[in-house]
Design a protein around this ligand. Structure first.
Ligand SMILES: [Zn+2]
Length: 232
């Protein structure tokens, strides 16, 4: 069996594998994919912060309402003509007034906390926005670079593919199918020589019967790595 053509095919295919590997491992591609995740995270964060801010505003407004109601009540007490009141009434008004003053103090503290929380949320929101903007720039820049790289490689890829197609015509269909199957299993090189007494792919030592078979048959499939070992 003549393996020259399939070996030539494999050699040409190696050029394609190299380019495909370069494209897959391209740093710009890696970065822009990472930036997609960053942008998505920043968007989620912004959306969460928006809901949080809305909740804080609602809470602030309801506290403000309670505060104002309490204040109005105190003012109502103050505006009463104290001289016309009995001691008992005065005492109960004072008691109620103390409770209200106490409530107002608590509310004031709560309002202050709400305002603080709101500022923190606002800062986080600004940070998320900045991060989003930064990631977007980085994404665009790296995507553009990757696309430029791809554009440069595309005609080369096409040329290799055309050459492979031409080479394929002269190869036994059984061999080429086996090659394609193993190549799609990420096994490369598919066809290897005999390395003294071992498989030229995985280096597993062959039995003398197997070596004999390679020599008489022209090839065998390696038991270990499933590559095709040919007699070279
Ligand atoms: Zn092997």
């Amino acid at each position: 069996m003549d393996f020259n053509k399939i070996i030539e095919y494999q050699k040409k295919d190696e050029e394609l594998i190299r380019i495909e590997r370069d494209l897959n491992n391209n740093i710009n591609k890696k970065v822009f994919n990472e930036m997609i995740a960053v942008v998505k995270k920043a968007q989620e964060k912004s959306s969460n912060l928006e809901s949080k801010a809305q909740a804080l505003i609602n809470e602030y407004n309801s506290l403000k309402k309670i505060y104002e109601d309490n204040l109005a009540q105190i003012q109502k007490f103050i505006s009463k003509n104290l001289e016309s009141l009995s001691d008992k009434d005065l005492e109960s008004i004072l008691k109620a007034s103390n409770i209200l003053t106490n409530n107002l103090n608590i509310l004031e503290k709560k309002l202050f906390n709400e305002a603080e929380n709101f500022n923190i949320t606002l800062n986080e929101f600004e940070q998320a926005k900045k991060q989003y903007g930064f990631a977007k720039i980085k994404y665009n820049d790296n995507k553009q670079k990757y696309e430029q790289f791809l554009k440069e490689k595309s005609p080369i890829i096409q040329d290799i593919k055309n050459q492979l197609k031409n080479l394929e015509r002269g190869i036994d269909s059984k061999l080429i199918n086996k090659y394609k199957q193993l190549r799609s299993d990420k096994l490369f090189p598919v066809f290897v020589g005999l390395n003294e007494k071992s498989c030229g792919g995985c280096m597993m030592e062959l039995s003398s019967a197997e070596i004999e078979k390679v020599k008489s048959n022209g090839y065998i499939e390696c038991d270990n790595c499933h590559r095709i070992i040919i007699n070279n």
